[in-house]
Design a protein around this ligand. Structure first.
Ligand code: FAD
Length: 466
């Protein structure tokens, strides 16, 4: 390590290198579970630094972990095998909009929300909107293929990336895709890197597609007495020819938690609230709102409110935003899942979640992006209570099984990281997982980049206890 540190100091300015215990500790965790100390943290600021560091890492056989703002909910940036953390968050100097090409070119540490803010100045929009957009980096979003409420209509991060600059695990600098919307030259390495969770390369620049900002939007709140019926209503709307920009759900536990946290006048005896936002031409929105009201009339005991203005709309969305902070007031530990099912299976998934909640006697709260089948079953628990955590681990496994059996996936947003690695074969099968391992082996023969992620180790199980 001493020799390696000498080499690092010869290529990286000393104010970008951190080795004290306190500094290393700051990089030992993310927003999921577990804490692992790296040996050194380096705040990188250009591609040449990264390239040289990766070449050194291969020579010294030291693991390297790219890290944005550490908001991963699946363990993505954790230095599970020790080694070098590369902090990309300080590399945020470039955010340039090219309005005539409808693209943005950004450096990896730029915060996601800033891209949309900058695009709006030109009447444009960068649609991907993870709830963490104000704190997470575009590099982290690209590596996790993040999505958000607008994913229903506009898709997720991968749908807006047309070109990347990447440093490969062996330190080569490559470009994938470009600035054109159409590009079919060879294999689509851009798509391979997006969602690879920092295991196939370090993203040093991205070219992102922008779209015209819709001229108007309108929000509706529908209050249901029956959770499963709300799932049926979601399917009905989605097959009616209307595509909302957002369609989010909060179950009764989320509603009660928000009211206890910050009273907003939400109906605490309702089993579910659906929040729907339509965007586009104002006349089209009016027409579509009326159609959705007619659909709701086909369900017993649903009450519908349409926000009169943007302030009222914001107050509806505030309720949804408060769910996460509100539920951790119930108990301190939040196990946040993002199992996703085909949209026709949303009612079945709600039913399964009800059964799992009762079987394991857990505090299971459901909210999320109901319109695209990406539910967020959150288990509220206390990690100091070992007996409870064992029940939670079993419940999580059953949630994944239910999603996969319904034709769904382990993760719609948060990625695999360390937490979902044990379940990969359940979804992909042995041959599918092996194909992914072979890709990793070719790109990163020495297993330098972000080891311990995505691929399960022999006998690895989900453990949420410290
Ligand atoms: C309150 C909260 C709300 C959230 N809401 C959402 C949501 O709505 N939708 C959603 O999808 N996620 C959500 N997340 C999860 C998280 O914010 C996203 O996964 C985000 O993309 C992570 O960005 P980051 O900068 O924090 O990256 P990190 O957490 O630091 O890293 C994430 C992964 O990206 C890799 N990585 C980081 N930078 C690079 C780079 N430049 N090149 C290559 N690999 C890199 C890391 O190695 C790691 O594997 C939420 C998290 C929190 C805490």
């Amino acid at each position: 390590m001493e020799l390696l540190m000498e080499e690092i100091r010869s290529i990286i300015p000393s104010d970008q290198i951190f080795t004290s215990l306190a500094d290393r500790y700051s990089y030992s965790y993310d927003a999921s579970f577990g804490s692992y100390l790296p040996e050194v943290v380096i705040q990188v600021k250009n591609k040449e630094e990264i390239s040289s560091l990766l070449k050194l890492a291969n020579t010294f056989n030291i693991p390297v972990y790219p890290r944005g703002q550490g908001t991963s909910l699946s363990g993505g940036p954790l230095p599970v095998k020790g080694g070098m953390v590369l902090d990309m968050s300080q590399w945020n100097g470039n955010l340039k909009i090219y309005p005539d090409d409808l693209v943005a070119v950004v450096s990896p540490g730029v915060l996601t929300a800033s891209i949309n803010q900058e695009a709006e100045k030109f009447g444009l929009m960068y649609p991907p909107d993870p709830s963490s957009a104000h704190v997470s980096t575009i590099g982290g979003n690209l590596a996790e293929n993040s999505g958000g409420p607008r994913g229903l209509k506009y898709g997720v991060t991968k749908d807006y990336v047309i070109g990347l600059e990447v440093v490969t695990p062996e330190g080569e600098i490559i470009r994938t895709g470009g600035k054109t919307i159409k590009n079919v030259t060879g294999y689509d390495l851009t798509k391979l890197i997006v969602g690879s969770e920092g295991t196939l390369g370090i993203i040093t620049e991205a070219t992102l597609k922008l779209v015209p900002k819709p001229p108007a939007s309108k929000t509706m709140m529908a209050v249901f007495d029956d959770l499963v019926q709300s799932g049926q209503a979601i399917s009905k709307i989605l097959t009616s020819g209307i595509l909302p920009a957002k369609m989010e759900i909060m179950d009764q536990s989320s509603i009660i938690a928000v009211e206890n946290y910050q009273p907003l006048g939400l109906p605490i005896d309702a089993e579910a609230i659906l929040l729907i936002e339509l965007d586009g031409h104002p006349l089209a929105i009016e027409e579509e709102m009326k159609k959705i009201e007619v659909i709701f009339k086909g369900f017993e005991s649903v009450k519908v409110k349409i926000a009169e203005n943007q302030d009222e709309a914001q107050s509806y969305w505030k309720a949804r935003k408060l769910v996460s902070p509100a539920i951790v007031k119930i108990k301190p530990t939040k196990v946040s899942e993002d199992a996703t099912v085909p949209r026709s299976k949303i009612p079945d998934m709600f039913q399964k979640l009800k059964e799992i909640r009762e079987k394991y006697d857990i505090h299971l709260v459901v909210f999320g992006h109901a319109g695209d089948g990406n539910l967020h079953p959150n288990i509220i628990c206390d990690k100091r209570d070992t007996e409870e955590m064992i029940r939670v681990e079993k419940a999580v496994e059953e949630i994944f099984k239910a999603a996969v059996e319904l034709g769904g996936t382990l993760s719609g947003e948060h990625g695999i990281g360390t937490l979902k690695a044990p379940f990969m074969e359940m979804e992909l099968g042995a041959a599918g997982l092996d194909m992914m391992k072979r890709i990793k082996k070719i790109w990163d023969p020495n297993n330098i980049l972000n080891p311990g992620k995505i691929f399960p180790e022999e006998g690895q199980k989900l453990v949420l206890r410290e």
